[in-house]
Write a protein that binds this ligand. Structure first.
Ligand code: 26W
Length: 815
């Protein structure tokens, strides 16, 4: 076995050279940067493998309880840099590469972002895996190996175009194909009932079978030798069945299966907070769930012989409703394959599954037509029917004669399968992702369920991993922290509060702001290279990066920019601190209004950036293809964090936490985790504005408000609205932005006009505050110092304590 404990620079270099030869039949002098990256990655993987093996030996030895984090999305971002950091070799490898004539950042840049997720939910899953490994808890992430991940965004003429993300094109060095763990997943056909030994046996026949083949990715814990597994499933045609079909002359069936295998994992649905209702998506869901549950049970049986003990050794966490079919699939396996009766199986299932809700947006609540569901999953559907029948009986028992309760809680209703209801019925825990969000679930969205079983509900405020978003993304600040408060924060973020004693000291203030400045230079360079725009690093970097959605209100931000610009044009001597408004956002491909908002941002950027008369006081930048890797650069450079969703709509937000940690105060509404951020940092260190969640919800109960009242009474609002339709930002087509105008003036369901004045006023407070250099530095430092709560390590400890009940594992490397 390779010596694992310490790093040997010379043998590393030799290994890299060797890998180039083995992989590409080339000498290192002839290798492309991509080849070097691959060769380095394989060397690093070599080091990981031993730890990976040891970790799993330990799990087996201890017969440890594991969490299976079931998620359709894992937005892991690049792995090379992070893995090296976790192994503790970052400076050594950087040095070794330098000696070989390569720049570490440049090599890291060769890696394609594995973008197997849309946004918050997928990134949270990735942060959770990082924390689970670092804390030493046994865990599997289970997901899908999409052939194409989140699309790449190109901006042409101000419009978004989607380009397929062929992330596997060069091969992905960190994955390991585990063909030996392939399982079969069945779709369609019919169910035949057979009487045997006094009980019914349910046999699915005439189905299409797909081979689910796992690829494992290592999830490397920081400095502790623990390596968990992210298992992503690929689909292959089921060979045996194909031959059989061909024999029987069922050519179409065989071809059908081959096609299904090809299309099944082809692409990630790029919708965030909106269901597409497509058959293929339900297939994806069942595919990865059936495969994951099967493999979890096989693993369980390796070290346990009584299936009744499953809940003591296995917990399935459902990341939103997307994996909810898990409840019925587990029931199917326990009854049809393990031979348990209904009550035993139900008891095991409801002690093994737990559900996290990530959104209250009604468009995102998953429902499947019964016709589709039962055709695709005939046996699973029978089980859902029975779960529903029993669940409805229980409701009737509790609330005799109350039809409304059944209407609002049944799993099958109106010809649909309601996945959230199935998830709640089948889980022992239901959690929201921030305090406010959980309260809204209890009081409004899931009120009836909460009343029925209050003890089932709990809150787990989200978090982020400080290892990616500070240690890796902001190396200068990381170094400064290490020097001034020690390295403890890397694995215990509560220690970052030690920064508090430094916030009033001019020397530290200056150092802190100088680091911010360096990071702004790094971002300015990125923007110059990628957008061709010069930005002033002395201006305020005001950043809004997140998926584009109406409720997140990028439109409010850009309307305010338009307003500022008008003010400046009317009054050229207006005293304003130079500001760079930075946006980054992908819109779902079919989301017209979101795409139009991108066009508007770019149109406004075009006009403003090219108007020499304002002397660069305002710049607007739309960063193309916002993703995890550039997020790390952008977040580190931000002065202001825009978190401006309509109150009550953003379940938590996690970008808000990344900015806070990197010393950017929040400009935001009292929504999602912003509420807790303000609780931690103090209202004086944030810029809060707008309606509260209660106020928004009150308006909503009363049927909304009338935007024309604001139009008529507020000149500033009227001016920017008029600019939307008078061709100021679309001279070639004044009607271009009519849809945005209509959305705002007809209903304004996101309260953009309602919050406009309050937002503009908060922006003036930012402008004023930034001028006091020392006070601003203090505020920025306070944000960093108070971010301790928002580590995903804290979140994971809460999940472990309240839901998962796992034990920490120690992994020692053999000498
Ligand atoms: C079915 C289509 C679909 C796809 C994705 C529906 C819903 C989703 C997700 C729930 C959207 C999402 O990413 N939600 C975000 O989850 C984050 C992690 O908890 C929160 O921080 C965000 O507030 C929430 O919008």
């Amino acid at each position: 076995m390779k010596k694992m404990a310490d790093f040997d620079k010379e043998s590393f270099k030799t290994e890299v050279k060797n890998n180039v030869k083995i992989l590409y039949r080339r000498d290192i002098e002839e290798a492309t940067p991509q080849m070097i990256y691959q060769a380095v990655a394989y060397s690093v993987k070599d080091d990981i493998i031993d730890r990976w093996i040891e970790t799993h030996k330990e799990y087996k030895k201890q017969n440890a309880k594991k969490v299976y984090y079931l998620s359709m999305e894992f937005l892991i971002g690049r792995l090379l840099g992070n893995n090296i950091l976790s192994l503790g070799y970052y400076p050594q490898i950087k040095e070794a590469l330098e000696e070989m004539g390569f720049d570490m950042d440049f090599i890291e840049d060769q890696e394609r972002d594995p973008a197997l997720g849309n946004g918050g939910l997928g990134r949270l899953a990735a942060c959770f895996l990082d924390s689970l490994s670092t804390l030493g808890y046994p865990a599997y992430g289970c997901g899908i190996r999409y052939r194409y991940g989140m699309f790449k965004q190109k901006i042409k003429d101000g419009y978004q175009y989607e380009v397929p993300d062929d992330w596997l094109i060069n091969g992905y060095p960190f994955e390991v194909k585990r063909a030996e763990y392939a399982v079969e997943v069945k779709f369609g056909g019919y169910v035949r009932v057979e009487q045997k030994e006094g009980r019914n046996h349910f046999i699915q026949e005439g189905y299409s079978a797909i081979r689910a083949v796992p690829y494992d990715l290592p999830v490397v814990g920081y400095g502790n030798n623990v390596v968990n597994t992210l298992r992503i499933w690929d689909a292959e045609a089921s060979q045996e069945f194909n031959l059989e079909s061909f024999d029987k002359g069922e050519y179409s069936k065989a071809v059908e299966q081959a096609n299904l295998a090809r299309t099944l994992v082809e692409v990630l649905y790029p919708n965030d907070n909106h269901i597409s209702g497509k058959e293929l998506r339900l297939k994806q869901q069942y595919f990865f769930i059936s495969a994951s549950v099967q493999s979890a049970i096989l693993k369980f049986k390796e070290t346990n012989d009584d299936i009744h003990n499953l809940p003591e050794k296995v917990v399935f966490q459902l990341n939103d409703t997307h994996p909810t079919v898990c409840v019925a699939e587990l029931m199917r396996i326990l009854m049809d394959e393990e031979g348990l009766d209904w009550d035993e199986a139900w008891d095991i299932t409801t002690h093994s599954c737990a559900y996290t809700n990530h959104t209250i947006m009604s468009e995102a609540l998953e429902k499947w037509p019964i016709e589709l569901f039962s055709r695709l999953l005939p046996r699973v559907y029978q089980i859902v029917e029975e779960i529903n029948r029993r669940f409805v009986l229980k409701i009737q028992e509790l609330y005799p004669g109350n039809q409304d309760k059944i209407k609002s809680m049944a799993i099958l209703y109106d010809g649909q399968v309601k996945m959230a209801h199935l998830a709640i019925a089948g889980s022992f825990s239901v959690n929201g992702v921030a305090k406010l969000h959980t309260e809204i679930l209890k009081k409004r969205e899931l009120k009836d369920f909460y009343e029925m079983r209050p003890e089932q509900f709990n809150n787990k405020t989200n978090g982020i991993t400080q290892r990616r978003f500070l240690a890796h993304g902001n190396p200068l600040l990381a170094k400064w922290l290490n020097e001034n408060i020690g390295e403890g924060w890397i694995t215990d973020l509560s220690q970052i509060s030690k920064v508090k004693v430094l916030v009033d000291d001019p020397k530290y203030q200056q150092e802190f702001m100088n680091i911010k400045y360096q990071n702004k230079l790094r971002l300015a360079k990125y923007i110059k290279e990628n957008n061709g725009i010069d930005v002033d690093p002395d201006s305020i970097f005001d950043v809004q990066i997140k998926r584009l959605h109406e409720y997140k209100r990028q439109l409010l931000n850009i309307l305010h920019v338009m307003h500022l610009y008008s003010e400046l044009k009317e009054n050229p001597d207006m005293d304003m601190y130079p500001r760079t408004f930075i946006f980054g956002a992908k819109a779902a491909a079919g989301y017209k209004r979101a795409k139009l908002t991108i066009k508007l941002i770019n149109a406004v950027a075009d006009v403003i950036n090219n108007d020499a008369s304002i002397e660069g006081k305002i710049k607007v930048v739309f960063i193309e293809d916002y993703r995890v890797s550039n997020a790390e650069i952008i977040v580190a450079a931000a002065d202001v964090s825009e978190q401006i969703s309509t109150a009550s709509r953003e379940a938590s937000g996690t970008g808000n936490m990344k900015f806070m940690l990197n010393g950017a105060p929040t400009l935001g509404t009292m929504d999602g985790a912003n509420v807790e951020i303000v609780e931690e940092v103090g209202a004086e260190n944030a810029f809060i504005f707008g309606l509260s969640a209660d106020e928004v919800m009150k308006y909503e109960r009363e049927g909304g408000y009338n935007p024309w009242d604001i139009y008529n009474s507020n000149q500033n609002v009227r001016r920017v609205l008029t600019q939307l339709i008078n061709g100021m930002y679309s001279p070639d087509d004044p009607e271009r932005f009519r849809d945005l105008y209509d959305a705002l003036t007809k209903e304004d369901i996101y309260f953009i006009l309602k919050d406009f004045d309050s937002y503009a006023e908060a922006q003036r407070r930012v402008d004023a505050a930034y001028r006091d250099t020392s006070a601003w530095a203090r505020m920025a430092m306070m944000n960093t110092a108070c971010a301790g709560k928002f580590s995903s390590d804290r979140t994971i400890e809460e999940y472990v304590k309240d839901i998962w009940h796992l034990k920490k594992i120690k992994v020692d490397l053999p000498k």
